[in-house]
Design a protein around this ligand. Structure first.
Ligand SMILES: [Zn+2]
Length: 282
């Protein structure tokens, strides 16, 4: 199995996005004036396995507009085809895309892909409810043209600490797991690499590893309790299996991926332990 870290430009987000305000100000402060972060990466991932090239998310495009809490900085030259070419890959060879969740910085790159696109059925249902519909119109963030993903159901039983999962590869080494919170149908994709480590392509399950250890709900989660429960589940999984935890926007994801640094699930801060040598029992 070969996993490639791709990056399609960067995004600045409001401080109140990364560090959610307490109580009723949590979502309100996203729309109030406030400081922005340094540029964060917009990662997506390519996986070569069993002769199949899969993508997890597709990154952002230069078309993306600023919204009150986020400012994408993407040029045409940084979009998916170039990001893949930099990794020695071609977008024409992709046979399947798995979407972690349907926000623009994860799905806008679909305009470049002619392949099967998979999405959690629950995420697709959520997209069609009034709140996301209104927000897309207000923020002028339409779904990419021709967006017609195939829904899947997380009916594959438990995987590690996750109660609901769905194998994506025939050998079950690439698995979608249920990580609701940021959006109700958010999934992460876990790849069991050749050394037995669980490489967790976490989308926006959190923005950073620090947020995971802090068990801090994010500012956009519709239900903070659901989000915090997911963070506990991820940490429980990290305690069971050596896990390389890779959120899409964590500035440290690329280095953690390159060094195969696994999460120290007992850490109360984002102190990280180096990968253990022996493969886990799955
Ligand atoms: Zn995102």
């Amino acid at each position: 199995m070969k996993i490639h870290a791709l990056s399609t430009g960067s995004i600045r987000v409001k401080h109140s996005f990364l560090f959610a305000s307490p109580g009723w100000r949590r979502q309100l402060d996203l729309f109030m004036p406030g400081p922005f972060s340094a540029p964060l990466p917009i990662h997506c991932w390519a996986i070569e396995h069993e002769g199949t090239l899969r993508l997890v998310d597709t990154g952002e495009t230069a078309e993306a507009r600023n919204v009150p809490c986020a400012r994408p900085e993407v040029t045409k030259e940084q979009e998916l085809p170039a990001a893949m070419a930099a990794a020695g890959l071609s977008v024409d060879e992709v046979s399947e895309v798995v979407i972690t969740h349907a926000h623009g910085d994860h799905i806008d790159g679909l305009v470049h892909v002619h392949a099967r696109v998979l999405i959690n059925e629950k995420e697709l249902q959520y997209l069609n409810t009034p709140m996301p519909r209104v927000m897309r119109r207000l923020l002028r963030q339409p779904l990419p043209p021709g967006f017609e993903p195939e829904p899947f159901v997380l009916d594959g039983g438990p995987f590690g600490a996750f109660l609901r999962s769905r194998p994506l590869s025939d050998d079950g080494r690439i698995v979608a797991v249920d990580t609701p919170g940021h959006t109700p149908g958010h999934v992460s994709v876990i790849c069991v690499d050749d050394e037995g480590r669980h490489v967790m392509l976490a989308g926006d399950a959190t923005d950073t590893l620090e947020q995971l250890h802090a068990r801090r709900a994010d500012a956009v989660a519709p239900d903070t309790k659901v989000h915090v429960a997911t963070l506990e589940t991820i940490l429980a999984h990290c305690a069971q299996h050596p896990t390389v935890y890779l959120p899409s926007h964590d500035p440290e994801s690329a280095a953690r991926f390159a060094a195969a640094t696994t999460v120290d699930a007992d850490a109360t801060t984002d102190r990280q332990a180096t990968a253990v040598a022996s493969p886990p029992a799955t």
